[in-house]
Design a protein around this ligand. Structure first.
Ligand SMILES: CC(C)(COP(=O)(O)OP(=O)(O)OC[C@H]1O[C@@H](n2cnc3c(N)ncnc32)[C@H](O)[C@@H]1OP(=O)(O)O)[C@@H](O)C(=O)NCCC(=O)NCCS
Length: 217
């Protein structure tokens, strides 16, 4: 990560606490010119699922089907709706999003509140400009504000997550299997290859079973 990106993320961490709608103008003022990408025009908005309007849903369908063509065609969710989303707009165009699944999981019958990362994506022409990093940083900041101690991702590719301090965890997961809008079974299996966790606490889930108390997001 270059110096500009470090400054960008550091400043973002400082600016995100105050509100669910924030502007990243400050970063631009600090002189982060990113190949004509104008940070003044970037806004990240937090929206509850029930606050999405018709335009939001239509933009989400577009970006999700572009970024996950094998999973999304005409829906704004894959298995289930997230609790809320962080949506990145450049001027009025939706260019990135991450869904947040706020839930309780259980390990040895001890409940832990988590934020599950759902369908993080950035549209093709805006990638590699730290927008994915900003979305994850905003999500983690919100997790801190909400006293959520674990941020959990299931991902095949780990680069971005590892850069941000997520750790691959060797654990089993128990979850409700959903296929084609139908719940069909409870599965328990080793998800070590795709399970990534970032935490404020030092609790070790290694070789334990994490009961997701719902679907795998
Ligand atoms: C993953 C993704 C959101 C990253 O967005 P971004 O704005 O480019 O992210 P950043 O600029 O902050 O960081 C880019 C880094 O993310 C990493 N990365 C690229 N694709 C990735 C992926 N699919 N999963 C995880 N990390 C990825 C790379 O290390 C990349 O570094 P590079 O630009 O030097 O190649 C974007 O590539 C995307 O939408 N991919 C398609 C959808 C997807 O696979 N989502 C991940 C679901 S877990």
């Amino acid at each position: 990560m270059n110096l500009k990106n470090c400054i960008l993320i550091l400043l973002t961490l400082l600016t995100l606490n105050s509100s669910d709608l924030f502007f990243i103008t400050k970063l631009y003022a600090m002189g982060t010119d990113m190949n004509e990408f104008d940070l003044k025009k970037l806004k990240i908005k937090r929206k509850q699922e029930c606050d999405l309007d018709k335009t939001d849903r239509s933009s989400l369908r577009g970006i999700l089907s572009e970024c996950f063509p094998e999973c999304f065609t005409d829906r704004v969710f894959y298995k289930q709706l997230p609790t809320m989303r962080l949506m990145a707009f450049y001027e009025k165009r939706l260019i990135g999003q991450v869904g947040i699944d706020h839930r309780v999981v259980s390990v040895n019958r001890i409940p832990y509140q988590i934020f599950g990362i759902v369908d993080l994506c950035v549209t093709g022409d805006f990638r590699s400009r730290s927008i994915g990093t900003l979305l994850l940083t905003a999500l983690e900041n919100l997790a801190n504000q909400c006293d959520v101690n674990y941020v959990v991702a299931f991902a095949d590719q780990h680069e971005l997550y590892k850069k941000l301090g997520y750790k691959q965890v060797k654990a089993n997961c128990r979850f409700l299997a959903i296929e084609d809008l139908s719940s069909h079974s409870i599965i328990e299996r080793d998800e070590s290859k795709i399970l990534l966790i970032k935490s404020r606490e030092d609790v070790d889930f290694t070789d334990k079973t994490i009961d997701l108390l719902g679907h795998l997001f």
